[in-house]
Write a protein that binds this ligand. Structure first.
Ligand SMILES: [Zn+2]
Ligand SMILES: [Zn+2]
Length: 357
């Protein structure tokens, strides 16, 4: 048995002052036989964290520690844990629980379980509020714990566990690979992973950005084609019917966002998959059924990924040497990281390193 861990983290206490996080102790879930306890070393800063602290998705619980791109070291395992032992390097992503018995859970679709529990701002059946990774430690059922391959550094693995998985899942589901063309809309944290993983899977990648200052970076990430959409409003015309999949990582749309133009770039039965989740008052722009007819396009969504997909993503990342573009900050700078994310200054993901434990 390890020495007992003190559970504390950088918590949101006042949403009107959301970047001023305060250190607070919190009560972890009860330690159960299938649970793993993890001393956190790193946690990525996800757009979800920002939407949550700013209350963009609705009122959050308070005080609340956010963060769901967690890597650390196992300190303790329950009697029934088979996959992990103390000392293992592991991670936790955006989901920390599900019913484990429904059809979805049994088919490796636990990320779509109707009793899914989010890693923070969620609630266990006994009422314990889930607290995230801007903190010293976390407990999770082993189903929601991922082993980190030796070849991937902890600082690099962290943001794969939400951002990476969120794009890897639809890329894999919809067949990104050799001979396929993939368009990526929005090259921030998720989008940069979409470029990296679509290339690692062998697809030809078209990256769409409206930010001229990112063009060279995106080429270095490996995109075959970078289209600056603010430079050429007719960008879609040359690519009419060319793309098999479009992954939209955007988490803001305006009524003027030319969604129909993007759909026109899809090949027959091409898929437009949205993975970014805008604020509640910010829907997809209107389209007309005409926009879906010329190519039989489909519009869909995707929500994080399953453990099975996560293990495959980590294997691909280790084999192909996928290296995210991250900036590491001490955890006490979490508020600054959120502020910079809000102001669109991050290139391309912040990862916080432990300074509380
Ligand atoms: Zn379930
Ligand atoms: Zn996330």
């Amino acid at each position: 048995m390890s020495k007992s861990i003190q559970f504390k983290g950088y918590a949101l206490v006042d949403p009107s002052n959301w970047s001023d996080l305060q250190v607070r102790e919190f009560k972890p879930k009860n330690f159960e036989p299938e649970d793993v306890e993890i001393a956190i070393t790193h946690c990525g800063v996800c757009g979800s964290d920002l939407h949550t602290v700013t209350q963009g998705w609705g009122e959050s619980k308070l005080p609340l520690v956010v963060g769901h791109e967690i890597v650390g070291t196992v300190t303790r395992v329950g009697d029934k844990v088979s996959e992990f032992k103390p000392g293992d390097r592991v991670g936790v992503g955006a989901q920390i629980g599900s019913c484990l018995s429904c059809k979805r859970c049994k088919m490796d679709y636990e990320n779509y379980c109707q009793e899914s529990i989010e890693t923070y701002n969620g609630e266990y059946p006994d009422g314990v509020v889930t607290q995230g990774g801007y903190s010293t430690a976390i407990r999770a059922h082993e189903r929601f714990v991922f082993p980190i391959p030796d070849k991937i550094e902890s600082r690099d693995a962290a943001s794969m566990l939400c951002a990476g998985l969120t794009v890897f899942s639809p890329l894999k589901t919809y067949g990104a690979g050799p001979g396929k063309t993939v368009g990526i809309m929005g090259i921030g944290g998720l989008g940069h992973y979409a470029v990296l993983f679509a290339k690692a899977l062998g697809a030809e990648v078209y990256a769409f950005t409206h930010d001229a200052t990112k063009v060279n970076d995106i080429k270095k990430m490996g995109a075959d084609h970078v289209i600056n959409t603010s430079e050429n409003k007719d960008f879609h015309k040359d690519l009419s019917g060319q793309l098999d999949i479009i992954i939209s990582t955007r988490d803001t749309y305006s009524p003027q966002t030319p969604l129909g133009d993007y759909l026109s770039m899809l090949f027959v039965h091409g898929k437009f998959i949205s993975v970014g989740i805008p604020n509640a008052d910010n829907p997809l722009p209107q389209i007309h059924p005409f926009d879906l007819m010329p190519n039989g396009a489909l519009i869909g969504g995707s929500h994080i990924g399953s453990k099975k997909e996560c293990l495959e993503m980590l294997r691909v990342a280790a084999e192909k040497g996928v290296k995210p573009w991250i900036e590491e900050l001490p955890m006490k700078e979490a508020g600054t990281a959120l502020r910079n994310l809000h102001d669109n200054k991050v290139r391309y993901r912040y990862v916080l390193s432990q300074d509380l434990a």
